[in-house]
Design a protein. Sequence first.
Length: 373
Amino acid sequence: MQKNITVIEGDGIGPEVTRQSVKILNAIAAQFNHTFNYTYHLMGAVAIDKTGNPLPDETIESCLNSDAVLFGAIGHPKYDNDPTAKVRPEQGLLKLRKSLQLFANIRPVNTYPALQHLAPLKAEKLEGVDFIIFRELTGGIYFGKKELSEDGTKASDDCVYTTPEIERIAHLAFQYAQKPERRKKLTLVDKANVLETSRLWRKVVQEISKQYPDVAVDYMFVDNASMQIMLNPKQFDIVLTENMFGDIISDEASVLSGSLGLLPSASVGTGTVLFEPIHGSYPQAAGKDIANPLGSILSAAMMLEHFGLSTEAALVREAVKWTLENGFVSKDIEPVNFYFTSTIGDLISDYVKSTDHERINVENVQLRKSTII
Ligand SMILES: NC(=O)C1=CN([C@@H]2O[C@H](COP(=O)(O)OP(=O)(O)OC[C@H]3O[C@@H](n4cnc5c(N)ncnc54)[C@H](O)[C@@H]3O)[C@@H](O)[C@H]2O)C=CC1
Ligand SMILES: CC(C)CC(=O)C(=O)O
Ligand SMILES: [Mg+2]
């Protein structure tokens, strides 16, 4: 199989985690006789620094003409700490999502036996946690009209949703809920007791649910949902929600897995699909080779799945589990005896290429582990 992939490494830890994914995609290509061609493009602070524009036209063009996009993260403290900045890295990401019409961000949440000690819940509440957050990605408050009064004392962000915007992601979420491996339950997370937009979400979802009689629908206010995710996560199967609520509850849900650095995502729409870890640019770790690359690597596995390469995707996921079970983990998981980002990438690549996983030379790996940074 031959695929053209646009790679947007972005800012902060974006480049170092994305490079591990490319390493693993190359290992898969070598092992299974595929060809993955990569075209690198700029977005975010690095793009502003080089071109003045957080999303150069060439980046959009390349994404539109690719089979998939692999994205790292954007964002830089020099913009975060300057509330008056007119151009921001995040504008690039929002514009790309809009340009590619990536209306649904799919964020699977799983737990790993090897990491259960990290979550603030007992093992019996964590075992078998398996839900998917369907976060609307091109509407809502992040895209509404923004205003700041001339005297700088009043600001507003409009939250707008239309019926078609809700319908398209709702259909996608219901269709996922019907898949044989799912538990056929959909929870709409909203704030319909207060927000008009949430009431529209409820109305549209109630109407659409009639077309999916085999899927049980549950409605939950976002404040309660935030608590339920931490108290009883196994009750969730498919979680459908708007842009900002999905952004927030998915970072929260990553605590169940063990780290924000573990969660992958796929952003889907009408054309090219984009794959990205759910975390941001984690600027404090940039260039230190300490970030967890697994969110990005699992996003690459979702990309393989999207290409119809299920065996290859399963092998990457198996390799990820193998690193976790053998303690080859990054600093967020094991703060003292951790392994470098690049070492974890090498290990997963070795695993993918190896025909006998027992014989991967882990002794050599011990030498590459960090002592203290
Ligand atoms: N998709 C994107 O590109 C996103 C970009 N951002 C941007 O990223 C910058 C930093 O934002 P923050 O709020 O600090 O969020 P963040 O997700 O970058 O980091 C929050 C915390 O999560 C942990 N973390 C995140 N990724 C990790 C990884 N791969 N390995 C280990 N630990 C990890 C770290 O403890 C970090 O301090 C900002 O400029 C923000 O706008 C934030 C979220 C998403
Ligand atoms: C620019 C932000 C909306 C990025 C973010 O937090 C996310 O997509 O999860
Ligand atoms: Mg976020």
